[in-house]
Design a binder for this molecule. Structure first.
Ligand code: F1P
Length: 346
């Protein structure tokens, strides 16, 4: 394991994880993990829930810090709180951490900004080492948060006996292949996404759909579009489409569907059929060589194959680019969107 750790620490493309090693016992003994965060970081937390419950089998709850801080949550010394914040300065997250600490919980922070208020105030933590976010909207911090949460889940699962050595090694090795795949996605989809964006500069609504691990990725795709393009967008679990959002679908509704060939792929194929039967415009994020969804979609964006648990890292990159290019088409300031602050300190 130390060799693995050494390899991870040596690789500039992946995060340093000493913070996890130092507090593994505390995390292992947690009866429950509560993840608190806001905005994009909250979406990372939702994926963290899927990861930790799958690999470590520890129950996880995910709460908006902006809600958690104002209620009287049941939380105590047997709980571990993971607080996620890009800036490390978000007032809601800081107040929620304070409350959790007052009630005796151990708080582990995941922050991007070294020596930020949250990094200093938490009991322990890991830095994402993603480098400064130039713009206001969180992008590379999100994929780095997912990487850290993957490492926590895998390491915790291995430590508490839920994840065998072979699976642990397989997942770590696969995670190490992700930075190269992210680079490949950035290089290969850029011009295609730019072209797709031109068709949607005048859109007024968007739906984003995904299943399993890619449901929070759909939420995040929708948030990025709202934040920098000012287009109303909603993310939904694809399986929820029939419980309401399907009523919105007509020829004027663009729908981004995250459809890699994993998990319940056949169900995603049915979702695309249902959308096309109602003439919705489908932008599908698919695996290279997937002809089934490609044949039905109006536009496709190809990403490399990976396990479902890591697929949001790859799927998020073209979704961030799509929001970026749509915003540019609309003449919006992508770095400083109106009404948004880099760190929400009030
Ligand atoms: C949380 C957040 C960001 C969002 C915007 C406003 O910030 O909601 O996700 O992009 O900047 O704040 P943080 O706690 O992750 O820094």
């Amino acid at each position: 394991l130390d060799t693995m750790r050494g390899r991870l620490l040596a690789d500039e493309g992946i995060i340093k994880m000493a913070g996890i090693w130092d507090h593994l016992e505390r995390l292992t003994n947690a009866e429950r993990i509560v993840i608190i965060a806001c905005g994009t970081s909250w979406h990372a937390g939702l994926i963290g829930e899927y990861l930790i419950e799958e690999f470590a089998r520890v129950p996880v709850e995910v709460e908006y810090a902006s809600e958690f801080r104002y209620r009287n949550p049941i939380i105590g010394p047997k709980d571990v709180v993971i607080a996620i914040s890009q800036s490390g300065e978000t007032a809601d997250t800081m107040a929620a951490i304070k409350l959790a600490k007052e009630k005796g919980a151990f708080v582990f922070g995941i922050c991007n900004v070294v020596d930020s208020s949250i990094a200093r105030y938490t009991d322990a933590g890991a830095y994402t080492h993603a480098g400064p976010e130039i713009g206001v909207a969180s992008t590379k911090a999100f994929t780095a948060q997912l990487t850290i949460l993957s490492l926590i889940a895998i390491k915790l699962g291995n430590h508490n006996g839920n994840l065998g050595k072979a699976d642990f090694m397989r997942l770590i090795t696969e995670l190490e292949s992700i930075p190269k795949k992210v680079e490949d996605v950035l290089n290969s989809v850029d011009s295609n996404v730019k072209e797709i964006a031109k068709h949607f500069a005048d859109a007024t609504n968007f739906l984003y759909l995904g299943r399993g691990y890619n449901f929070p990725a759909a939420l995040e795709g929708a948030l990025k579009l709202k934040e920098i393009s000012y287009i109303h967008a909603e993310g939904y679990p694809a399986a929820e489409m029939k419980h309401g959002p399907i009523a919105l679908i007509d020829e004027n509704m663009p729908i981004v569907i995250i459809a890699p060939k994993i998990g319940h792929y056949d169900k995603i194929v049915s979702n695309v059929q249902e959308i096309k039967a109602r003439k919705g415009k489908v932008i599908a994020v698919i695996n290279k060589g997937d002809t089934q969804v490609a044949a039905m979609a109006d536009y496709i964006i190809e990403i490399p194959e990976t396990s479902e648990c890591f697929s949001p890292i790859l799927a998020s990159v073209p979704l961030q680019l799509l929001s970026y290019y749509i915003a540019v088409e609309r003449g919006a300031n992508v770095d400083q969107p109106r009404n948004l602050a880099k760190s929400v300190t009030v």
